[in-house]
Design a protein around this ligand. Structure first.
Ligand code: ADP
Ligand code: MG
Length: 401
């Protein structure tokens, strides 16, 4: 699950990470009072920030033609006028794809006086199976670009999860950012706070871009997270009621929301062949083999190892709501899964939805004989596949590709 910048910063702030004074606004009416409050608090300017689950907002363009999803306003009037151009409008950034995302929340933040922008992230490194904390002096930029062109500007520390991040590691990273004097200790404290957020909230990723060296009103310098992106590990969400409440359904595809209600792993794709598979690995392999024989998968769908008849029926209904679907491939290898449960689910779903599209079924494994019998006796017109390759070829042919 992903959360918005303002929510990420709320979590970070709980772990002592400095963020700017900010107020989220869901409607235009809230913008002026929020801007006035921030300006009254001593900030000379206020930043109006579009909240969507994608980065690159600053350099993004609205479909209306309005440039920039992050704008600095000199006064409340200007903040309101920016807000009018953003709220309810579709913002296209490097990360949204051409469709863009509709902005439904704004974040009004005190504008910081930025002296330098850095990059900071906590990720999981698959190679070492450990968290890594990564910093770069090249903040505010695309980190992929930095990694490609100047990889030496990215400095990493691998964390032993049994002991957690050690203060010396944080100091090393702070020094790598070129911080001097008291700012090394302040930087290390902030980095440890970000690591603690990542660890305790069970995040898959925390990214702060930019982490800024800012000049305060008294002329002193300090460090502050001016952007925050957090992705959470869905498997650990049950431990975090407060974070579950941050879910924003506006940011998720409607069919994927429906699928999640039935604990189905569904991801919509652009092709015409829907797949219903048990197990993520087999689902990936099924998508590959469809492509191999010249077709295009319409989705990734893993019904899991122990799917019930209700889940299979729900899965069918979900894949059929995609208007691009021209044929369906059911590929089940019953290990824990009872093939007859799948077969019963298929029959129920086909009858309930009045399916007219070609349906190819490949069943193998646990209780397969009963499953095949259920299908045979159902009177449904379906095509059976003897192997994965056979089934894939048949469905590709059936959809006419
Ligand atoms: P995105 O990464 O989606 O473009 P950011 O939150 O990083 O959005 O904002 C883009 C840029 O806007 C930042 O790199 C920073 O230069 C500037 N910015 C963002 N928030 C503030 C703020 N509170 N004060 C001053 N400048 C800001
Ligand atoms: Mg950013």
């Amino acid at each position: 699950m992903n959360i918005h910048e303002y929510q990420a910063k709320q979590l970070l702030a709980q772990y002592g990470v400095a963020v700017s004074v900010e107020i989220p606004c869901k409607s235009l009416e809230e913008v002026r009072p929020a801007a006035e409050k921030i300006l009254a608090g001593g900030s000379s300017k206020v930043v109006v920030k579009s909240q969507i689950h994608a980065g690159g907002r600053g350099k993004g363009t609205f479909k209306s033609g309005f440039q920039g999803g992050v704008k600095i306003a000199a006064n409340a009037d200007e903040a309101v006028s920016f807000a009018k151009q953003m709220l309810g409008q579709v913002l296209v950034t490097k990360q949204t794809g051409a469709d863009g995302r509709k902005v439904q929340t704004l974040l009004l933040a005190a504008a910081a006086k930025i002296k330098k922008e850095f990059y900071l992230a906590v990720l999981l490194d698959r190679a070492t199976s450990r968290p890594i904390v990564m910093v770069s002096t090249e903040g505010g930029m695309d980190i992929e670009e930095v990694a490609e062109k100047t990889p030496e500007k990215i400095v990493k520390e691998t964390i032993d999860p049994a002991v957690g991040m050690m203060p010396y590691q944080a100091r090393k990273l702070a020094a790598a950012l070129g911080l001097k004097g008291d700012l090394i200790a302040a930087g290390a404290k902030l980095i440890l706070g970000v690591y603690k957020t990542a660890w305790e909230c069970d995040t898959a990723m925390v990214e702060i871009n930019p982490l800024c060296l800012v000049e305060n009103a008294d002329g002193k310098e300090s460090l502050m997270a001016l952007d925050g992106k957090i992705s959470l590990d869905d498997n650990a969400l049950y431990r975090h009621k407060n974070i579950q409440e941050m879910r924003d359904l506006n940011e998720e595809a409607p069919l994927e929301i429906e699928a999640s209600k039935f604990s189905l792993n569904y991801i919509k794709l652009d092709g015409s062949i829907a797949c219903l598979v048990n197990g993520a690995g087999l689902a990936m392999a099924t998508m590959d083999i469809i492509q191999h024989f010249g077709g295009n998968p319409a989705n990734f769908l893993d019904v899991g190892g122990g799917a019930t008849k209700e889940q299979v029926t729900a899965a069918f209904k979900i894949i059929l709501q995609d208007p691009n679907v021209k044929g369906i491939l059911v590929n089940i290898f019953g290990g824990i899964m009872d093939c007859n449960v799948i077969a019963t689910g298929i029959v129920a779903a086909v009858k309930e939805t009045g399916l007219k599209l070609p349906l190819v079924v490949r069943l193998e494994g646990n209780n397969v004989a009963a499953g095949k019998k259920t299908l045979a006796e159902s009177g449904l017109t379906l095509i059976t596949g003897d192997s994965m390759a056979d089934a894939a070829q048949k469905v590709v042919k059936a959809v006419g590709k």
